[in-house]
Design a binder for this molecule. Structure first.
Ligand code: CA
Ligand code: CA
Length: 145
């Protein structure tokens, strides 16, 4: 179970996409998931790279959030764009990350990501509430490396 293709079933992926759609109904923030097998880089550094690669630094409010998963590396990272960093404390993502990692340790990968996404959405809502003319600026589909 160390391959990206085996990490989640198609049904689990659909549930994750649905969770992103639900979360983004309450916030203008844009949440994405990137899953890949392995990187030589530190996970946070790699997450920054993926963030840029996915064009996540181009949202109007700079409020994109990336969940990065390294399957074979057993790594996980969350990063947000500078719009979020400006208004939030550094430990903003700690509880979200804890929820995900606690589930991952029990091999509940889908549950961890869904819970993390919903929590991230709740937290984002406080600072970036949904507005009527909100656009889905970034795809809710899972990105795979
Ligand atoms: Ca949006
Ligand atoms: Ca989106």
């Amino acid at each position: 179970m160390s391959k990206v293709e085996d990490f989640l079933t198609a049904e689990e992926e659909a549930e994750i996409v649905k969770a992103i759609t639900i979360a983004e109904k309450n916030t203008s923030g844009e949440i994405r998931i990137h899953i890949e097998n392995h990187t030589e880089k530190p996970p946070l550094e790699r997450a920054q790279e993926v963030f840029h690669f996915l064009g996540m630094d181009a949202t109007s409010l700079r409020n994109g959030v990336l969940f990065y998963v390294g399957v074979a590396d057993h790594t996980f990272a969350i990063i947000g764009d500078e719009g979020i960093d400006k208004v939030l404390e550094n430990d903003f993502w700690d509880c979200t990350r804890d929820i995900v990692i606690t589930n991952f340790k029990e091999r509940k990968f889908k549950d961890g990501l869904v819970a993390g996404i919903l929590r991230a959405g709740e937290r984002l809502e406080q600072y970036f509430p949904f507005s009527g003319d909100d656009k889905d600026e970034l795809s809710n589909e899972i990105s795979k490396g």
